[in-house]
Design a binder for this molecule. Structure first.
Ligand code: NAP
Length: 207
C-alpha cells in the first residue's frame, strides 16, 4: 500500500486459487483485512464455478464482489455456467484478455466476421468485440492497450442494440460451423492417405 500511495485498497483480488492452502483459511484472512480497514472489497480471479461456490461458503461476514476470468469472443466457456451464476449472485465478472490478446485482429475468420459487423454498425472491431462482452450487464472488460489511440477507441465500446447482439451470435455460430468444416477437412486427409496405402498394398500383392 505504501508503494501505491493509498491507505486502503478498493478491490483486493486473489489471483488464482491455491490448492496448497485451504480456501477457508484464505477467505478468513481476507475478511480480517476488511475488518482492519486495509481493503474495501474482496474479489477472486480464475476461480471456476465450484471454486467460487466454495470460497463463498467460507465467508462469514462479507461477499465476494468479483471474479476476474478470461472472457472474449473466442473464449466463451463461462457463458455455460459461471457467468449465469455470477449474474444471479451479483458477482461482477471482470473479463481479462477481452480482445483475446490481440487475436481478434489476427485470426482470419474472427476478423472477417467482426469486420462485417463493424462496417454495419459504424464501430471498430475492438468496439464490437468488447461490446459483445459488456452489453448484457454484469461484466466489465479490462483490455490492455499501449497505443493511446486504442485506449480512446475502447472507451466508445458501449451502446449497441439487441439486433447487433443477435447478428453477432449468428455470426459466431457460423464461425463455429466453419471450424467444423475445417475439422472435417482435417479428418478427410488421413482417410485419403489410408485409402492410397490400401490401394498400393493391393497393387503390390497382385504383382
Ligand atoms: N487475472 C489473470 O490471470 C490475467 C491473465 C492475463 C491478463 N490479465 C489482464 O488482462 C488485461 C488485458 O489482457 P491482455 O493483455 O491479455 O490482452 P487484450 O486486452 O485481450 O489484448 C491486448 C492486445 O490487443 C491489442 N489491441 C488493442 N486494441 C487494438 C486495436 N484497436 N487494434 C489493434 N490491436 C489492438 C493491443 O495492442 P497495443 O498494446 O498496441 O494497443 C494488445 O496487443 C490486463 O490488464 C492483464 O493484467 C489478467
Amino acid at each position: 500500500m505504501q508503494l501505491l500511495g493509498v491507505k486502503q485498497i478498493d478491490l483486493y483480488q486473489i489471483h488464482w486459487p491455491n490448492p496448497a492452502i485451504p480456501i477457508k483459511e484464505t477467505m478468513k484472512a481476507i475478511e480480517k483485512l476488511v475488518d482492519e480497514g486495509k481493503i474495501r472489497y474482496i474479489g477472486v480471479s480464475n476461480f471456476s464455478l465450484n471454486e467460487l461456490k466454495e470460497a463463498q461458503s467460507a465467508m462469514s461476514k462479507y461477499d465476494i464482489v468479483s471474479n476476474q476470468v478470461e472472457y472474449n469472443i473466442m473464449v466463451r466457456g463461462i457463458e455455460n455456467d459461471l457467468l449465469p451464476f455470477c449474474r444471479k449472485e451479483h458477482i461482477t465478472v471482470i473479463a481479462y484478455s477481452p480482445l483475446a490478446r490481440g487475436a481478434v485482429f489476427k485470426e482470419k475468420k474472427v476478423y472477417k466476421l467482426l469486420n462485417g459487423l463493424a462496417g454495419k454498425y459504424g464501430k471498430s472491431i475492438a468496439q464490437i468485440a468488447l461490446n459483445y462482452l459488456i452489453a448484457d450487464g454484469g461484466v466489465v472488460a479490462i483490455p490492455k492497450a499501449s497505443d493511446p489511440k486504442h485506449v480512446e477507441e475502447k472507451c466508445r465500446s458501449s451502446g449497441l442494440d439487441q439486433q447487433r447482439r443477435r447478428d453477432e451470435d449468428k455470426a459466431f455460430f457460423m464461425n463455429a460451423s466453419l471450424k467444423e468444416e475445417g475439422d472435417k477437412f482435417k479428418r478427410f486427409i488421413p482417410a485419403v492417405l489410408r485409402l492410397l496405402t490400401f490401394y498400393y498394398k493391393i497393387k503390390v500383392r497382385l504383382k
